[in-house]
Design a protein around this ligand. Structure first.
Ligand code: AMP
Length: 385
């Protein structure tokens, strides 16, 4: 349907999502609540997204016939997982618009392309060098000094494919251990805080963000997010402006998250981009007028973006498989805290480090929300029900 020069995809239509994890699940929940149908494609079965979608297609991303069939049945395709091959989005785009576009995926799924793109356009990024051999690594390590962080150029997430180099003597073993032909070396940023801005951009260029989120990691995996971040309004405005610049430069239609380090001297440096809703934005499901997932639906359908107003300060704690180490978590004990909301992703096996769900708490202040959500997570391991 054409209205005002832009194509509207209205409730009742079918939305396609590539990937089938928890981000797709929450997208599907938001979409179905608004009356859309959802199809998902991934190599998995009984996936977190598949369980709540109308149709779950199980196929490899490289299976062109299955991808074409999937794309023919939907009005638009988005993704919840950026490591989808470019050829897949090219096949999809013959039948349905891909939002954000395949080009955004192409840039953001490769750390060197992403950092190079951002640096060329004047965005502040962590210092980095492209590395293709142990010799190049040796030169870069002597330039940057130690510690430094070596990362594979592609297909990395949650600290996978990352090695911290503590001294020049570790260069050869680090390069061998990484086992990649293309990598990126980053100077180690002694940051004060990690923050992110999750933002959305509509088909008409409208922009909305969820403010600055404050993130604490554990073993390179996001652990706790607090909204709003406990930073000055000036730094918050800078972070939001960086996010806006990135979404506009990339011409994003959809949701994108900019992860940043805040240094001790108050500089913001981009660590990485995620061209989709982000774990740090999960609390928006409960704490903001419009969630990051509803915003993704609105943006890719050409609808107006919703208000991102924060209803109450909030905190989110991830539930990794480790929480199941001593048996089923004590859900009732955690939910005795009435401000706490439970989200589980429907994953059958609770492996250590696997994201199984999260808790969100809302309170009168960010500090209090953080205390409550940490207390709730602790209670899950309390056997004294
Ligand atoms: P990434 O997979 O690049 O998001 O890295 C995961 C986590 O590792 C980040 O959230 C940081 O806590 C840490 N990290 C990654 N790169 C650096 C860096 N250059 N300096 C300091 N810490 C880093």
């Amino acid at each position: 349907m054409i209205q005002g020069g832009s194509e509207l995809i209205l409730p009742g239509a079918t939305l396609g999502v590539l990937g089938s994890g928890q981000l797709g699940r929450m997208f599907a929940i938001a979409a179905r609540r608004m009356g859309y149908r959802v199809h998902t494609l991934s190599p998995e079965t009984d996936s977190p997204t598949g369980q709540v979608a109308d149709v779950e297609v199980t196929a490899d991303y490289g299976d062109q016939d299955s991808v074409s069939n999937f794309a023919r049945q939907v009005s638009v395709v988005t993704f919840e997982f950026e490591n989808v091959p470019s050829e897949t989005t090219e096949v999809v785009s013959r039948f349905a618009p891909v939002r954000p576009a395949g080009q955004v995926l192409h840039i953001t799924q490769h750390r060197l392309r992403e950092k190079g793109y951002l640096r060329e356009r004047g965005f502040p990024v962590t210092p980095f060098r492209a590395i293709r051999s142990a010799e190049e690594l040796e030169v870069a390590v002597s330039e940057f000094g130690c510690p430094a962080v070596l990362k594979t150029a592609g297909w990395g997430y949650d600290g996978k494919g990352q090695i911290k180099i503590h001294s020049a003597s570790e260069v050869v073993s680090a390069w061998r251990q990484l086992g990649s032909s293309e990598a990126i070396l980053e100077g180690f940023v002694d940051f004060r805080l990690e923050v992110s801005v999750v933002a959305a951009r509509g088909l008409d260029g409208a922009f909305a963000h969820f403010g600055v989120l404050e993130n604490a990691h554990s073993n390179h995996i996001l652990d706790v997010t607090v909204s709003p971040a406990r930073i000055s309004p000036k730094i918050a405005a800078e972070a939001e402006a960086i996010a806006r610049g990135v979404l506009e430069a990339l011409d994003v239609v959809g949701v994108l998250c900019v992860e940043m380090f805040l240094t001790h001297d108050d500089r913001l440096l981009i660590n990485e981009l995620a061209p989709r809703p982000h774990n740090s934005g999960h609390l928006t499901f409960d704490a903001n007028v419009t969630s990051q997932f509803e915003q993704q639906v609105r943006a890719i359908c050409g609808l107006p973006l919703g208000s991102t107003e924060l209803l109450r300060p909030a905190a989110m704690a991830n539930l990794l498989g480790d929480v199941w180490a001593n048996g089923e978590p004590n859900w009732a004990e955690a939910l005795k805290l009435p401000e706490v909301k439970l989200h589980l992703y429907g994953k059958a096996s609770a492996r250590p480090g696997r994201k199984m769900g999260h808790l969100t708490a809302m309170a009168d202040s960010a500090d209090q929300a953080e205390r409550i959500v940490r207390e709730a997570r602790q209670r899950l391991m309390n056997r004294e029900g």
